[in-house]
Design a protein around this ligand. Structure first.
Ligand SMILES: Nc1nc2c(ncn2[C@@H]2O[C@H](COP(=O)(O)OP(=O)(O)OP(=O)(O)O)[C@@H](O)[C@H]2O)c(=O)[nH]1
Ligand SMILES: [Mg+2]
Length: 374
């Protein structure tokens, strides 16, 4: 699974990426800072079924299990990118394998569609052009493939359909005409299905962002719009990483641990004021809502010992897998290892000790032991 971070230049994509991964991607207050994509690991936050535990990947703090998921930060997209403007849409191919997008926009209205600094700009306009450019990229790819598919069938598909629909007075030119319009609609539908997105209304720590956030929510009613301050989250995560504060990503509070300089204290004061007025920085919420609401994944913990919920070495809940909504016990077995899948006999629910068949539909938070041949 891969989450793509998309948007116009200078909106805070790399800052969000750094806040999620602490990977140190380059950030600057001018457009096109990012050219090559940055790939890193973010974490989905789940309630851990057993505290303490010993994760092999990710980590667990205070009963919060952080499960890895890949994220990709790419170059900024400008209007006309599909015709080659800015860095063109070459880099969009980097996003081909993404399963969902986080579209980042400067909700304070201080950044224009090309990443230029402005006094007043409407972020709704930015989101609209981003979606248009993504759709143009998609229909470009689909049209090219459609041409090759057409060449492969013995008879032109439009001719074939015209013959079948002749009874309705439909001629081949009607079909060609409709197809031309429809391929754009078809591409749009495919984009909606294969690249669902949320909007990260970023820079919420700046004046003016609150009203734009409300407008964004109102304009994109069927889309999840999250108020975010990537900069506040990055500062908290870095301060936490250096041991200055105790901070659990996604929480509204942090605890100072060390003496700090005046400047550091001032910075934390600014952050506290922001957190007091918000539900958190919104950064963790972006990942969690993409995972749950767009990708519809659930967390399952395979174990070898259903008494201790541990592996053979006594590590408690060593693995956590993010699996598709319809995943079965057998799917989990194959995910753990092909051999386990091939030799799967049955599974056991470690909570209830009930035997589960291969087709058992896994539930979020399940702790499962698999029984295999041999
Ligand atoms: N106040 C505030 N500034 C932010 C926030 N997020 C990012 N910035 C600033 O916005 C500027 C652009 O940030 P980047 O993360 O480089 O933006 P980008 O979208 O990756 O830009 P490109 O790579 O050029 O497309 C930097 O000066 C950041 O410090 C935020 O939440 N609040
Ligand atoms: Mg960047």
């Amino acid at each position: 699974m891969l989450i793509g971070i998309v948007g116009a230049p200078n909106q805070g994509k790399s800052t969000l990426f750094n806040a999620l991964t602490l990977a140190g991607a380059e950030v600057a207050s001018h457009p096109f800072t990012t050219i090559k994509p940055n790939e890193g690991v973010a974490y989905f936050k789940a309630k851990c079924p057993k505290d303490p535990c010993n994760p092999r990947h990710g980590y667990c703090i205070k009963g919060n299990r952080f499960i890895p998921i890949k994220v990709l930060d790419v170059a900024g997209l400008v209007p006309g990118a599909s015709e080659g403007k800015g860095l063109g849409n070459q880099f969009m191919n980097d996003l081909s394998t993404a399963d969902a997008f986080i579209i980042v926009v400067d909700a304070s209205g201080r950044t224009g569609c090309e990443g230029e600094l402005m006094e007043v700009h409407d972020p709704i306009e930015t989101i609209k052009f981003i979606l248009e450019e993504i759709d143009k990229w998609f229909s470009g790819v689909i049209k090219r493939q459609w041409e090759t598919v057409k060449k492969r069938v013995d008879k032109k598909p439009s001719k074939l359909l015209a013959e079948k629909l002749a009874g309705l007075g439909i001629r081949e030119e009607h079909i060609k005409h409709a197809m031309n319009d429809d391929i754009n609609l078809f591409a749009k539908k495919l984009r909606e299905l294969s690249k669902p997105f949320i909007i990260a209304a970023n820079k919420m720590d700046l004046n003016g962002s609150e009203s734009n956030f409300k407008r964004l929510k109102n304009e994109f009613k069927n889309t999840i719009v999250i108020p975010v301050s990537a900069l506040v989250e990055l500062t908290l995560r870095e301060a936490g990483d250096k041991g200055f504060i105790e901070y659990v990503p996604g929480e509204r509070e942090f605890k100072p641990l060390k003496e700090m300089s005046d400047q550091q204290s001032k910075g934390l004061h600014y952050i506290k004021a922001f957190l007091d007025g918000h539900e958190g920085t919104g950064v963790q919420e972006c990942i969690n809502r993409v995972v749950i609401e767009l990708l519809k994944l659930k967390v399952v913990y395979p174990v070898q010992n259903d008494n201790k919920w541990a592996d053979s070495k006594g590590n408690v809940l060593p693995d956590a897998y993010l699996l598709k909504d319809n995943a079965t016990a057998l799917d989990l077995a194959y995910k753990v290892h092909t051999e386990i899948g091939d030799s799967f006999i049955r599974a056991v629910d470690a909570r209830t000790r009930k035997t589960l068949g291969r087709d058992y539909a896994l539930k979020d938070g399940d702790v499962i032991r698999m029984v295999v041949k041999g």
